[in-house]
Structures are given as structure tokens and as C-alpha cells.
Design a protein around this ligand. Structure first.
Ligand SMILES: O=C(O)c1cc(=O)[nH]c(=O)n1[C@@H]1O[C@H](COP(=O)(O)O)[C@@H](O)[C@H]1O
Length: 274
């Protein structure tokens, strides 16, 4: 999917919501545990219920890998289902990869050739040759960790060199030598508030994947205030706040109403640019 396709989808749906598919067998409604593949059944119901209100899905691989082969199979089927039934949805494989070149090549092959995701999250720590193998795929995206939502983001990402440049700023600057904003996005946590203004100094046109609203308490209003561009430039993710809004047989309807609530707020913000 190109950047322009994504912008068109945001305009059409009046939404820049990404629904996080962090599916955990211990949290899904108990009646689903009787199904042959409870994770896939849960995901399918969540996707069908929320698709009108979002433009992206982000399955986090940890939740699937944690239960082995059954989880991986459920992940594959979920991605295939979204691709086939909702081809305009942007699918982000949240795997936070990055390794020496020939290993990254395999991670890229898995994400883009095998699973056919549109994007993958990548850690920048190992540098250029660890990121480049993901960039050889046309119209596929690398979403590089820049300033994450967690408390530990301060440990490395906010440290300054002798010129006062912070590590996340170096990541933003250096990585723009490797790819353009047609192929590269950054992860910036919703909990970072006014720091989005600093991000935009170095990445004025890039899309940002913004996790941390909902369960982690980040503010959508602040993200928009400091981070929105004239092309929107934001994909805001919520996982637990949507998918676990309810754990009865009504779970999909409740997920839909949570997604719809966020979409309505987003539509309000989008009137200023589209
Ligand atoms: O890369 C991510 O998506 C990510 C980066 C980050 O800084 N913080 C963060 O929470 N995430 C992911 O975003 C999702 C957030 O989930 P909720 O807090 O349940 O909405 C999880 O899958 C996290 O792994």
C-alpha cells in the first residue's frame, strides 16, 4: 500500500485508528475456548465488528508465538482473513525485528513474502544493515522505533550526546538516509504528549504509528495537537481498550462501540485538514 492509498483510506473512513490484535487466550470470552481455533474466532469477530471504524490492524507477534504452533497458525489465518475480506486495511506485523543483514533478510521474507503484511515494526539499534533488508520490498513499510510509550523509553532514547542531541533524534535523522517517507514510519508513544512537537521537527511528513491510548492512558487530543500533519500523518493504535472492552458473548459489539467512539473523535480532528 502506498502513502497516498493510506491517506485516501483515512479520508474515506474519517479515521486513523489502528486496532491492535494482542489476542490472549486468558482474556478472551470463555465461550470461545470451545471453538476449534479460539484465537482465530476471536480475531475474526473483532475484525468484522471494528473494520468500519479503522484503517489498520496490528497483530503483535508475541501474543501468537507465546502459545507455539497453534498461535502462529491463528496469526497466519487472521492476516489472510483481513487481506482477503478487507483489502484496504493496512496490516502491521508488530514484531520489533532487526538483526545482522542475512537474518533481517529472513525476518523480512517472513513478514512480507510469507505473511504478506503491509508493514513491520523494526528496532533501529543495530543500524543500517539491519534495517535495509526490510526496505527492498516496494510498497512495504518499515516502522522504526523512535520514542516508545513505556517508562524505560527514557533509559536510552532520551539520552543526550555532548551536543545535546537525543538518541531518538539521531534515529530520526540517520534513518532518513535509508528511505523516504513513502516507506518509512516511526513509532512514537501516545504517552509522549508534547514531545511529538520535537519529533515533527525532524520528521515533518512521516506517518507515525502511535500506540498508548486506552490502556496506557495516552491522550489522543495531545497526539493530534502536537503530531498531526496536513496529510494526517498518524495511525493511532489501541489494543486492550478495544478488544477486551467486554468478555461476554457481546464482546464484538462492545469492541465495535469502543472503536466507533475513537473514530468519532478522530473524525472531529480530521475536519481541520480534509
Ligand atoms: O510498536 C508498538 O506497537 C509499541 C510501541 C510502544 O512504544 N508501545 C507499545 O505499547 N507498543 C505496542 O502497542 C500495543 C499497545 O497495546 P495497548 O496498550 O493494549 O493498547 C502493544 O502491542 C505494544 O506492544
Amino acid at each position: 500500500m502506498t502513502k497516498q492509498d493510506l491517506i485516501e483510506n483515512i479520508k474515506q473512513k474519517q479515521s486513523f485508528l489502528c486496532v491492535g490484535l494482542d489476542t490472549d487466550l486468558t482474556k478472551i470470552p470463555s465461550h470461545l475456548l470451545e471453538e476449534e481455533d479460539p484465537i482465530y474466532s476471536f480475531n475474526k469477530a473483532i475484525v468484522d465488528a471494528t473494520a468500519p471504524y479503522c484503517v489498520a490492524y496490528k497483530p503483535n507477534t508475541a501474543f501468537y508465538e507465546s502459545i507455539g504452533i497453534k498461535g502462529i497458525w491463528a496469526l497466519e489465518k487472521t492476516i489472510e482473513y483481513i487481506r482477503t475480506k478487507y483489502p484496504k486495511q493496512f496490516i502491521i506485523l508488530d514484531a520489533k525485528r532487526g538483526d545482522i543483514g542475512n537474518t533481517s533478510e529472513m525476518y523480512a521474507k517472513s513478514a512480507f513474502e510469507h505473511l504478506k503484511a503491509n508493514a513491520i515494526t523494526v528496532a533501529p539499534y543495530m543500524g543500517e544493515d539491519s534495517v535495509k533488508p526490510f526496505l527492498i520490498y516496494p510498497n512495504k513499510w518499515v516502522i522504526l522505533l523512535a520514542l516508545t510509550s513505556n517508562k524505560g523509553s527514557a533509559d536510552f532514547q532520551l539520552t543526550e550526546d555532548s551536543n545535546g542531541e537525543r538518541l531518538f533524534e539521531k534515529v530520526l535523522k540517520k534513518s532518513q538516509e535509508w528511505a523516504t517517507d513513502e516507506q518509512l514510519m516511526y513509532v512514537v508513544g501516545a504517552t509522549q504528549g508534547s514531545m511529538f512537537a520535537d519529533i515533527r521537527k525532524h520528521a515533518p511528513n512521516h506517518f507515525l504509528l502511535v500506540p498508548g491510548v486506552g490502556a496506557q492512558g495516552g491522550s489522543l487530543a495531545e497526539v493530534v495537537k502536537y503530531g498531526m500533519t496536513k496529510e494526517c500523518g498518524l495511525l493511532v493504535n489501541s489494543s486492550r481498550g478495544i478488544i477486551y472492552a467486554d468478555n461476554t458473548e457481546d464482546f464484538a459489539n462492545r469492541a465495535a462501540s469502543e472503536a466507533k467512539k475513537i473514530q468519532a473523535e478522530m473524525a472531529g480532528y480530521l475536519t481541520s485538514i480534509f
